[in-house]
Design a protein around this ligand. Sequence first.
Ligand code: NAI
Length: 500
Amino acid sequence: MFAQTAASTPISSDLPARTVVVAPGDGIGPEITDAVLAVLRAADPALVFHPVSVGLQAYNAGAMSGFGPEVMEAIIEHGVMLKGPITTPQGGGYKSVNVSLRKTLGLYANLRPCVAYPSFVATRHPAMDLVIVRENEEDTYAGIEHRQSDEVYQCLKLITRPGCERIVRYAFEYARAHNRSKVTCMTKDNIMKLTDGLFHKVFDEIALDYPDIVNEHMIIDIGTAKMAVQPERFEVVVTANLYGDILSDVAAEIAGSIGLAPSSNIGRDCAMFEAVHGSAPDIAGQNIANPSGLLLSAVMMLVHMGRSAPASAIHNAWLRTLEDGFHTADIHGEGRSRASVGTREFAAAVIERLGLLPQQLPVVDYPEREPDTLVHPDSAVVARTPATKVLVGVDVFLNWNGEARAPEVLGAQLEPVAGPEFRLAMITNRGVKVYPHGLPQTLCTDHWRCRFPAAGEAVVTPYAIAALLTRLADAGLDAVKTENLYTFDGERGYSQAQGE
Ligand code: NAI
């Protein structure tokens, strides 16, 4: 992640003016943003801040998505945004502003460096220095959810080939640009063979283009366990959205504190920088939050903008502040800390140290470079000939609460309505085959997936599926959803049932 070499770079005052969009956010957001802007003003006086409102404040002012159109316009115009954390209602209310911003702006790569600062911040993993490259737009975070019956709710997990190609290539490009020697991919493709299977397959394909970088794959559960006890064995980890979200909180916390971890959300045209942590409502307004996560995000932002001198100066002053024992409450410890300081005082201590270097932790020296020079892999996404797609059947999901929820009763009702185009191959409940030959031990809900492949040589058409749905409705059955069954170049494009 951060280039750590032995030279220092003075603060430069001859940088051109550049505007940064700033959204303070909710909870501790405004206080940590104030602290970070104070440091930025001191280290890079040519920066101009364009304030916008996102989150609860914007929502309460009538922006139902948590931000107004002026926010998008500002980010697109200026290219970079520094964002405080935002409170997201749980279980209901408006959708996550973070997810909406990331997806609307095409910020496909979420980089989350997690580094230990041994002797100064308590950690069991002094050699930890890894970066998680989290896919930022797809997966269950597409947020496509439906309630389909009294008992059953579903969330669609969408994984796409272009999405996998660009995040995986980004991870390898990042590794190469930052002298990292290994990229680890984590998925759960032993269970989700199609979606996670695609992520893993694309990883294996793209790894061939980077023979200079070691590649490995781990199942996400054991990978997370290994990271929790041996994080120093990882360098760059690339993974899907939900796994990356969880993994990066684990990594940030074991590195020392969730309050220290920065992140960047990178797209082709713009980028957003924010701490990994949330709005911490439990400590909001008390001047005790650690502004370091947002400050290090601002450092990543400066590097992204090609302003390496102030980036190095802030990072080194921050390391020196840690060394000098000025610690916020979350990282304060007897013997390590000289003073337990508040948010504002911590920022003031960093400002006082601008121009100084750390004496024990490695000095940071970001190389001079053009803004955002990392190759954006979009253009490298391979143009492919589409596979030959053949419709071979349909899965019909029924909301059925009939006689004792007995699968044989439902099966007997479905067999005669399946033909002439289809046959009933099986019924599953929560993915487990219950007909024919189910077991009484399997818990059955009111949601049944009924698989109808083509009968004999019959050709399956959308009209045949519509006719089947009509026959099901005529039989008094409640079809709540269908999934077409296709083959692609002769290969099944759908999963088998458990027990099939
Ligand atoms: P959280 O990260 O806000 O807090 C978890 C724990 O860490 C709390 O005990 C908190 O006091 C502490 N903590 C967090 N940041 C800290 C800091 N800078 N200094 C010292 N201690 C800190 O996670 P939580 O409580 O699950 O979420 C609160 C809200 O934040 C929710 O509405 C959630 O949706 C939102 N959230 C927003 C994110 C964003 O805007 N990027 C990311 C994660 C959560």
